[in-house]
Design a protein around this ligand. Structure first.
Ligand SMILES: [Zn+2]
Length: 174
């Protein structure tokens, strides 16, 4: 556990597959991160598939460890490992989801661009006032359409009247 680096995240993070952006986990289940191995380790993950076959690492920091490869459940991109047996230094990673940091991307909650500027003015467009104007225009357009439908209805009614008269004539058998 002493090997694990202290996490410096000040807001919850959502982790995503870098290839297809599907959500694979979040910082609520973050156990540790390792700058040298370039991994983050979570106790829970979503939308991932674990290979059936267990593999033994032949090189690198985790040499001698046994693990299942971890893939994205949507696009099948290689995301990391689930360790079965580890060297003492990696005890904390066992039975956890360990993701390669270059295979995942993250989104910090509350990290989006605000639609409104700090002074309340909109970044693009006129904000609430503009929306209300647009809504009024939309209602106006609907009323115009309703009038148009009524006019067309009347025309159709007249046409049908005319046709009914002709049809009536044809139906008269002698
Ligand atoms: Zn993916």
């Amino acid at each position: 556990m002493a090997e694990a680096e202290e996490d410096e995240v000040d807001a919850p993070l959502v982790f995503q597959c870098k290839s297809c952006s599907i959500i694979i986990g979040d910082s609520w289940s973050m156990q540790s991160s390792d700058a040298e191995m370039e991994t983050i380790t979570l106790s829970a993950a979503a939308n991932v598939s674990r290979a059936d076959e267990a593999v033994t690492s032949k090189q690198g920091a985790d040499v001698g460890s046994t693990f299942h490869l971890l893939h994205c459940g949507k696009c099948a991109a290689h995301l990391g490992k689930v360790y079965l047996t580890t060297a003492r230094a990696f005890d904390a990673l066992r039975d956890m989801y360990t993701f390669s940091t270059d295979a995942v991307t993250s989104y910090k909650l509350g990290g989006g661009e605000p639609a409104l500027g700090a002074d309340g003015s909109a970044a693009g467009g006129g904000g609430v006032a503009a929306v209300q104007v647009e809504l009024a225009e939309a209602v106006d357009n609907v009323e115009k359409l309703q009038n148009l439908v009524l006019v067309l209805d009347e025309r159709i009614a007249k046409l049908e009247e005319g046709r009914a008269e002709h049809g009536g004539g044809k139906r008269r058998r002698s």
